[in-house]
Design a protein around this ligand. Structure first.
Ligand code: ADP
Ligand code: MG
Length: 460
């Protein structure tokens, strides 16, 4: 039987994960959501007000459900209940205490560390994909600010490949080995903080905080694209810290040169230190990462079964490391809830929908275009080109539609691949094909046949 306690502790783990995703400031503001109860279908969380519940839902429309699925291993509904008695509740306690582990709680009393205690170098597996990034991060951690060539350190790579973990490992290391003043923030918290300072007509405290840092860590700097005033402010902070030989580390989802709508002078400063990238790890490294995670969870499971399960996840998930860790969390959530033993069969059953999701299908947009081009007897260049002839426009729209519904690429990315078209063109194509499908029963079959052909290409 499932004990209520299990739900509560799973929710607390989900909260920790939410914290590392949204950043400290947003977390403290929106996620003091205390577990209140559960039934077969879902859990109830206490909120300070109806308004608060509405805001959380508006700002993070799918986050809670996503985390529940990850940690509970199944879809769970969330119900909010207004806390009638906030005086006795955790709402008045320091926010971080809600989810902090005992060791962390003590530290909170002295000095708030915004870092996930598990995001350390010890827990970071080194592979060909991140070797250079890790050695640069370690060098910076041992001698922050002194090696001018490494300032700033700019770490870039795709979603879920370990950038935040590495950034926090630098923070954790410097926190435990020095008394340096560390300022860690996500770019989106940085924007909020600055915007609110401007609104309150008090940017002094903001400026002081950042200029007094010995170590400045900013996660996901690409979020600043387009944010003119905040970028202006960052440029000034950068200059002050750089001149004072204070170490800065930034993470980003792309190299500096690929950043758009960021002033050239800031780009040239961001790129003036050391740029290192993180790629998708290969099989052996992925395997080692999951072994490490299993150790962290202290699961009781025999080695043979453990390796089979890890192998299963590594073979079937190719999108990124976060998705692999998510799959593992899901298994752990499921076994804790049901008290079932974790076996290969349980893993296969529990993860089959993740394995078959479009995200893991490895279909590339170019592959779709090639199959469509061949199917309709038109050159690839014409599909990507500007022709408005009906015999080209329809296959092009169809290719866009299939790309949108069978891959995880955004409409913007798809537009790019189709000869640099705007995302609105892709949206239009998707609508157009949807309408045709609704009006014509054969259309659906035809599309399915083409999708099957594309899938067959992957197997080859
Ligand atoms: P990003 O910030 O690049 O999107 P994260 O740092 O959030 O990615 O990493 C996603 C998950 O993968 C985290 O649980 C992290 O601990 C794990 N992870 C990624 N790379 C490694 C690695 N080399 N060793 C151990 N864990 C890793
Ligand atoms: Mg990150």
């Amino acid at each position: 039987m499932v004990k209520k306690n299990d739900y509560e502790s799973l929710w607390e783990e989900a909260l920790l994960s939410i914290k590392s995703e949204v950043g400290e400031t947003s977390f403290a503001r929106w996620f003091s959501l205390k577990f209140s109860g559960d039934n077969d279908k879902g859990i109830t969380l206490k909120v300070p007000s109806r308004f608060h519940a509405d805001q959380v839902t508006k700002r993070y429309p799918t986050l809670i459900e996503k985390k529940l699925r990850e940690f509970f291993g199944t879809d769970m509904a969330v119900r909010f209940e207004v806390d009638e008695n906030p005086a006795d509740s955790e709402n008045t306690a320091p926010k971080a205490a809600l989810t902090a582990k005992p060791a962390e709680q003590n530290a909170q009393k002295e000095r708030a560390i915004p870092f996930n205690e598990l995001y350390t170098f010890d827990n970071y597996i080194i592979g060909d994909n991140n070797e250079f990034a890790v050695s640069a991060s370690m060098a910076v951690s041992r001698n922050p600010g002194t090696a001018g060539d490494y300032n700033p350190l700019f770490i870039y790579g795709g979603v879920g490949l370990g950038k935040t973990h590495l950034l926090q490992a630098i923070g954790n290391y410097i926190h435990t080995t020095t008394s340096n003043k560390i300022v860690y923030t996500t770019a989106s918290d940085f924007i909020t903080e600055f915007t609110e300072a401007v609104k309150d007509r008090d940017t002094k405290a903001f400026k002081r905080k950042y200029r007094k840092a010995d170590l400045l860590l900013i996660d996901d700097i690409h979020v600043l694209e387009n944010k003119e005033r905040t970028l202006e402010e960052l440029f000034d902070i950068f200059g002050a810290l750089y001149d004072a030989k204070k170490q800065m580390v930034f993470t980003c989802d792309r190299p500096v040169t690929a950043l758009k709508q960021i002033p050239e002078r800031l780009k040239s400063r961001l790129g003036s230190g050391l740029q290192v990238d993180i790629q998708m790890p290969k099989y052996e490294t992925r395997f080692a990462i999951l072994l490490k995670k299993m150790e962290e969870y202290k699961l009781e499971i025999n080695n043979d079964e453990k390796e089979k399960i890890i192998g299963l996840i590594c073979k079937n998930i190719s999108s990124n490391v976060r998705d692999m860790v998510g799959a593992l969390n899901r298994l752990i959530g499921f076994t804790r809830l049901t008290n079932k033993k974790l076996t290969l069969e349980v893993a296969q059953e529990q993860l089959k929908d993740i394995f078959t999701s479009p995200k893991q299908s490895n279909i590339s947009v170019d592959m779709i275009i090639q199959v469509i081009a061949f199917h309709f007897g038109i050159p690839v260049a014409e599909i990507k080109g500007k022709s408005r002839k009906a015999n080209v426009v329809y296959p092009r729209q169809l290719a866009m539609y299939i790309a949108r519904t069978n891959t995880e690429f955004s409409t913007t990315e798809i537009g790019q691949i189709f000869g640099g078209r705007d995302h609105s063109t892709v949206i239009y194509a998707v609508e157009k094909i949807e309408t045709r499908k609704n009006e014509n029963a054969q259309e659906e079959d035809r599309i399915q046949q083409i999708i099957n052909k594309i899938r067959a290409e992957i197997v080859k």
